[in-house]
Design a binder for this molecule. Structure first.
Ligand SMILES: [Zn+2]
Ligand SMILES: [Zn+2]
Length: 717
């Protein structure tokens, strides 16, 4: 239904009409998330829909999604629509992403108004919600400066705006009229924003007044917003940084003020506590403190150098994963770090993904020929793409190498599934701005594996992959995790492979996820074009979600590489491939584990499991004997026989988060005992027989348990 001209004009003025004034009696049918429907006479707003459902919902509503689009409570729904009401209730432990988006976007307006009250000359540029909060970019006149010392002052102004509980009031103007208004106000930044909106196809511009249009502060904005400033229950100005207009360092210098906001103060407090915890757990800081890894500009950005202590953790973890993949029938393989460009032309990784790859390595004789011809960079690039010039690529994926191992033998249905596993190092050229410690790197080692099977075997293979994940997570004490199954979008025809195979594979993924017994989501449209997939998301000790690896069914590469097996019917068939790297990469996984454990690894992963400290020189020999005993049981035992005071040595061991520290004095030597200290507990837990300690710690390590030596030897500690 097209709104009448009169309605259009009224809408431009931001006046909402009730159906009787319009005299329209067309029925609007609203479908709610539970599938039920409600009919309304004429246009209706989400606020009215919420009211019709109940006063509780009406009170907690702050916005809505109408046919998927996030809107204000006062948005006018003029035709049948699906709607879900977005709520934010004070006292709820967590608010939805949509709710936080609305609250934070609204808080950005409040912060901007507060800043303009304090610094009237400040010009606003752009203020979006971002992960964990929001920011506003501002232009400050020469000589003006906002610093963290001003945050309290800004928050005080914000508080008064929030306490006034003013409504966010939207009004619109047609593009040309709106443009006139923006131009008359004279801010080049807002003129630019308005122009871009119009260039992107908007036929109107909208403003949000914090209060009444024409009287109160307002901002050019698409919205949506919470209904009133009072809904911003907890907020804080967090940070300040320099930025540039349009992110261009040659353009205007701007000041970016960051803030965050939540439904209530309790949620804000929880968030601030989490940030503080996250800061303490930062794997880059702990990685340095525990000497686990380093990144050296001389070697290259995003390339991890595993130091001895970090290498122990990685090796232990790899051994553990390998043991279980072997039990699941995988065969270990090793493949080189480079492969011919032609291989990646076949797989499709080159040239399509070349932006995220290191440039190719060119054959020496071809380089010579090209140099003689005076070949330009552009020529070279073209010739590489067409295949006239041959070279090698640092491998961006391990799959093509494993595929060629599969193809190296004639396979029969009796050989399937073929399961190949490799901790394979791959290289991707991430933007330098994207690099972050061990989490975003340019070279990383995947816990990779490729399964080649018949379509009817997919189910068991995927279940096997999920079982492995379960075992590893349980051992590591990761209790909270979920899986996401990415299925096809039934409307799209971009997918390769046969319909019946997809159905089989999707059902297999869902069934495997169900069997796992952890929460899972099944998301339509999240599959790759070549097959459905399963992602793993783990929640760490302080409640942050981490996306780790995937299991991915693939109908495409077997086709591209023309892989076959001889079936029971003696004819050739196409196998299906499953890529699986459930923990992602060793870099990312260990980065996650460092933060999850805050560096205090369980003994089996700890680079140094036990450290022996003689009280004085008198027991130096006994301390050596204790260390030798531990080492004889394959335990990683250190000895600190230096001249420092005992307290300093205890502190140094605590700094390295060594799980067990044994202090030995003359009486220990006499009784063949050790006095045990456990990381995280300030006091000495008491003396136990050396043999008992060795046995208890050896068992804890062999079981890959966490803290059992302590609980066996000191049940009351
Ligand atoms: Zn806004
Ligand atoms: Zn793969």
């Amino acid at each position: 239904m097209m709104p009448s001209k009169w309605l259009m004009i009224k809408r431009q003025r931001g006046i909402l009409l009730t159906p009787p004034e319009l005299g329209i009696q067309t029925m609007t049918t609203i479908q709610l998330p539970d599938g039920s429907t409600r009919d309304f006479n004429g246009p209706v707003t989400p606020a009215k829909v919420a009211e019709s459902i109940g006063p509780g919902l009406a009170q907690s509503a702050i916005g809505a999604r109408v046919d998927g689009e996030l809107v204000d409570l006062q948005f006018k729904i003029e035709q049948d629509a699906e709607i879900s009401i977005i709520t934010a209730r004070k006292g709820e432990s967590e608010s939805s992403e949509d709710a936080l988006w609305l609250i934070r976007h609204s808080a950005a307006h409040v912060m901007a108004e507060a800043i303009q009250r304090l610094w009237p000359e400040v010009q606003l540029v752009y203020g979006p919600p971002v992960e964990g909060g929001f920011y506003y970019d501002m232009w400050l006149p020469a000589g003006e400066r906002i610093s963290s010392d001003d945050f309290e002052k800004i928050e005080k102004e914000m508080k008064s705006i929030v306490d006034e509980n003013r409504p966010f009031t939207r009004y619109e103007m047609p593009a040309d009229e709106g443009m006139q208004k923006v131009e008359s106000e004279g801010s080049k930044y807002k003129i630019d924003n308005a122009r871009r909106a119009i260039d992107a196809g908007s036929d109107a511009l909208s403003w949000y007044a914090t209060g009444s249009p024409g009287e109160d502060w307002e901002d050019l904005c698409r919205g949506p917003h919470v209904p009133t400033t009072g809904r911003i229950g907890g907020f804080k100005v967090m940070n300040i940084a320099a930025s540039y207009w349009h992110g261009d360092s040659k353009s205007d210098n701007l000041t970016r003020v960051y803030g965050t906001a939540f439904t209530d103060k309790k949620q804000l407090k929880k968030h601030l506590h989490q940030l503080e915890e996250a800061r303490k757990r930062d794997h880059r800081v702990i990685g340095k403190q525990l000497k686990l890894f380093t990144i050296d500009e001389a070697v290259g950005q995003g390339l991890i150098l595993w130091k001895p202590a970090g290498s122990i953790i990685r090796q232990e973890l790899q051994d553990f994963i390998s043991k279980h993949t072997y039990r699941q029938g995988y065969d270990q393989v090793f493949t080189p770090h480079i492969g011919r460009l032609e291989l990646y032309r076949t797989s499709g990784h080159f040239p399509y993904y070349q932006d995220s790859q290191y440039p190719p390595i060119i054959e020496r004789d071809q380089m010579t020929v090209m140099a003689e011809e005076g070949c330009s960079c552009g020529d070279l690039s073209n010739r590489l793409e067409t295949g006239e010039v041959e070279g090698y690529l640092l491998k961006p994926m391990n799959c093509p190498h494993h595929i060629r191992i599969y193809a190296s033998e004639q396979r029969s249905y009796r050989d399937l599934p073929v399961r190949l596993a490799e901790f394979g190092t791959v290289y991707r050229h991430e933007q330098s701005g994207e690099l972050s410690g061990m989490l975003r790197v340019r070279g990383f080692t995947q816990d990779d594996g490729h399964l080649f099977c018949m379509p009817e075997q997919i189910k068991d293979e995927i279940q096997g992959c999920l079982q492995l994940v379960k075992i590893i997570f349980e051992t590591l004490g990761i209790e909270q995790y979920r899986v996401r199954v990415g299925r096809r979008d039934p409307q799209s025809d971009k997918y390769v492979g046969e319909e019946s195979n997809w159905e089989l594979a999707e059902a297999a993924c869902v069934e495997a996820a169900e069997l796992l017994g952890v929460p899972f989501e099944s998301e339509e449209g999240e599959a790759a074009f070549y097959g459905p997939k399963i992602d793993f998301v783990v929640r760490d000790a302080i409640g942050r979600d981490w996306q780790l690896g995937t299991v991915q069914v693939d109908y495409n590469l077997p086709e591209r590489f023309d892989l076959t097996y001889i079936g029971a019917d003696n004819t050739t068939h196409r196998p299906v491939m499953i890529h699986r790297a459930p923990f992602g990469s060793m870099e990312r996984f260990i980065g996650f584990l460092i933060e999850h454990y805050a560096g205090a690894f369980p003994a089996w992963l700890s680079p140094e499991q036990v450290r022996v400290l003689p009280v004085s020189n008198k027991t130096a020999d006994y301390a050596k004997k204790v260390q030798a005993d531990l080492r004889a049981h394959d335990l990683r035992a250190g000895l600190d026989a230096g001249d420092e005071r005992l307290n300093a040595k205890v502190r140094a061991a605590a700094e390295l988060k060594i799980p067990y520290v044994l202090v030995v004095g003359p009486r220990d030597e006499e009784n063949q005992t050790v006095s045990v200290r456990v990381h995280g507990i300030e006091k000495d837990l008491g003396a136990v027989a050396l043999d008992d300690f060795v046995q208890a710690i050896a068992k804890e390590v062999a079981d890959r348990a966490h803290g059992t030596a302590r609980s066996t030897l000191f049940p009351d500690a």
